[in-house]
Design a protein around this ligand. Sequence first.
Ligand code: SAM
Ligand code: DTB
Ligand code: SF4
Length: 369
Amino acid sequence: MSNHKNGQTLNSLEKLNSGQVRHDWTVAEIEAIYNQPFNDLLFAAQNIHRQYFDPNQVQTSTLLSIKTGACPEDCAYCPQSGHYNTGLSKEQLMAVEEVISKAQQAKKNGATRFCMGAAWRSPREKDLDVVLEMVRQVKDLGLETCVTLGMLTDEQAQKLGEAGLDYYNHNLDTSPEYYQQIITTRTYKNRLDTLQNVRDAGINVCSGGIIGMGEETSDRYGLLQQLANMPEHPQSVPINMLVAVEGTPLGDVEKLDSIEFVRMIATARIMMPESYVRLSAGREDMNEETQTLCYLAGANSIFYGEKLLTTANPEAEADMLLFKRLGIEPERRGLDQQEMDQEELAEETPKVEEQQPAKPLFYDATKTH
Ligand code: SAM
Ligand code: DTB
Ligand code: SF4
């Protein structure tokens, strides 16, 4: 039996768990969803997930850091901030050809989206021109494109939209209240303005946050409230578990309880039923059972490939092996129709060796060899 004390509580929780697309969530409602008994929470999240998505498909994105380190911002979690000494070697903006060759590799490994990240406060015009070319050429490979470049002006967002960018990643990271403890070099409002510019340019929004930064649970509710009460839910919601990097102010923060992480995923799924919820950074430190619970809780997107931006991610092979054990298929939606047709044809056409007469299953002792 669940611990619902009376019919009233049950009814209101049932309503909250119903999978309605809403933009007026209160903190009390989010708290009630997040803290309900774990089995009830996962059941509700999985139910909603099934109303909106194929429960056995997960979208796969590969990340590449196209410009690494020496960032002027002071984000307390980030190994790339120039304010902290994390021993990271800095790299200038990569050449277009190099990025394209990495994208081709990612596609060969089965990713459908290629995300390019730059350690900038905001892009300079001449750098943006190079990124625009990367976006065009990655798109030409038949991959979905995503970039994360820091703050954008209206004009910069428009240019990215015109280049055909599919997603822009810009995280709110935490609640407005906890934000000041994490970043002082730009405001929460700056972030919301960039997201507005991205939306206005017709680009899909990828926005989420990080948990395990020493925040209160109320900060997690606050983050979810900000995300879900936007005029449109972000099409993609990355939930990162802090990767604690030595040398950053959060380098020795206490590790988050994995059940709390799963609760966060499930609550995001319930509040933003149409959005892809991405099980993002932190998987390297998560066992397979926790990741499995995240999929059950409605996570349906991952970063795929052995590296995030500067830190480790599980090997692609290990992810595929877990998918196989779980009967999960990588989503193919990001591919263009022609490629999906080709894949289908390849599946339908038996390979030459499959057309040979079947070998006898047993050794036939009546025959002389
Ligand atoms: N500089 C750009 C910006 O901050 O918007 C783009 C790159 S930045 C690395 C992208 C996101 O990565 C951050 O907003 C943060 O949410 C996430 N991130 C960075 N370091 C992380 C860490 N150590 N653990 C988890 N997530 C992290
Ligand atoms: C997001 O939400 N997580 C990704 C991506 N968006 C750009 C980045 C994770 C970075 C983890 C630390 C690192 O590898 O540097
Ligand atoms: Fe710079 Fe982005 Fe890292 Fe902040 S999160 S320090 S803006 S690279």
